[in-house]
Design a protein around this ligand. Structure first.
Ligand SMILES: NC(=O)c1ccc[n+]([C@@H]2O[C@H](COP(=O)([O-])OP(=O)(O)OC[C@H]3O[C@@H](n4cnc5c(N)ncnc54)[C@H](O)[C@@H]3O)[C@@H](O)[C@H]2O)c1
Length: 284
């Protein structure tokens, strides 16, 4: 298991929770973000713009693995072209920098939007699963779809497992206060079929993500698996809030591509010949 983890987007919503979760479990965290406050800097966060390849290489240079969360995190925050170009550039740079630095693992944030969200146009069927992919309807979602393809190929070239997590809408503890109002008007959350994850859920994935064979992971007939994450949710239990009645928060599953990557080393996280590159999905 890697010990030194670079977390990109460390100043963001998911990033702060992931950094805290990793540190709580004894990992050495190399936090980086393009926006770094004085307090962040004093806490060791490195300022780096990941649209610049050299900065991406240096940001990852001391790490065994990377949890890559930095991106423009939704459609409509920047122009459509800036959203696509920024995200695809950041993602390629991080994947390529991980290969250049011979990291053991790349875990990165894809998005549920790759499955067709927002569902202003109804989904082809529900609940949606991996067979609803790819259906990008924004340049944000397109940046994630394209990045999944890029990640798959860099993983094959390098032999480094790349794990794309198709996060659903990320909720912070204070966001749960809005949940009761959703129950009076279900249409408010129709756009993503009432899904969400807790901001602390991404902190579980560095422990949970394991490359698995394609044939074993098709989701449609599999029962949901309940995440188990050590020492999580010390102060609250979002699943016991009114939102726990939501049908959205459920399973995770993995879509894996056979890899032709050669064996790289004896480290346990390195793939062997014929190993798989996995794209697990963090469902709503
Ligand atoms: N928030 C959600 O509901 C949601 C849902 C699905 C997927 N995601 C994905 O999860 C990840 C984290 O989302 P979040 O909600 O924490 O977003 P966030 O905006 O809170 O954090 C993203 C961070 O990336 C940093 N960043 C942006 N451009 C950068 C650059 N050029 N170089 C370095 N850092 C840069 C930002 O400064 C920010 O701190 C993103 O990749 C997002 O696309 C988010």
């Amino acid at each position: 298991m890697p010990q030194r983890i670079c977390v990109t987007g460390a100043g963001g919503k998911a990033g702060r929770a992931v950094v805290a979760g990793l540190r709580a479990h004894g990992y050495q965290v190399e936090a980086t973000d393009v926006v770094v406050t004085r307090a962040d800097r004093e806490n060791g966060m490195l300022a780096a713009d990941l649209t610049d390849y050299g900065q991406a290489v240096e940001a990852l240079s001391q790490a065994d693995a990377v949890v890559h969360l930095a991106n423009i995190p939704a459609p409509g925050l920047s122009t459509p072209a800036v959203t696509f170009n920024s995200n695809i550039t950041m993602n390629f740079n991080v994947f390529q920098a991980a290969a250049a630095n011979k990291l053991e693992r790349v875990v990165w944030a894809s998005s549920e939007t790759t499955l067709g969200l927002p569902f202003d146009t109804p989904p082809r069927y529900a609940p949606v699963d991996e067979d609803h992919y790819p259906l990008p309807t924004s340049t944000y979602a397109l940046s994630k779809v394209a990045s999944e393809t890029v990640a798959g190929h860099v993983a094959q070239w390098s032999g480094i497992p790349h794990i794309a997590l198709r996060f659903s809408n990320i909720m912070a503890p204070e966001d749960y206060q809005r949940f009761p109002q959703f129950q009076h008007d279900p249409h408010q959350r129709k756009w993503n079929l009432w899904g969400y994850i807790d901001e602390r859920d991404p902190a579980c994935w560095p422990w949970r993500s394991r490359p698995r064979p394609f044939a074993a992971t098709r989701p449609s007939s599999s029962p949901p698996r309940t995440p188990s994450c050590p020492a999580r949710r010390p102060n609250s239990s979002p699943r016991s809030t009114p939102a726990s009645a939501s049908p959205g928060k459920s399973a995770s599953s993995a879509l894996c591509w056979p890899s032709t990557a050669p064996a790289r080393s004896s480290a346990s996280t390195r793939p062997t010949p014929g190993a798989t590159t996995c794209l697990p999905r963090a469902d709503p």
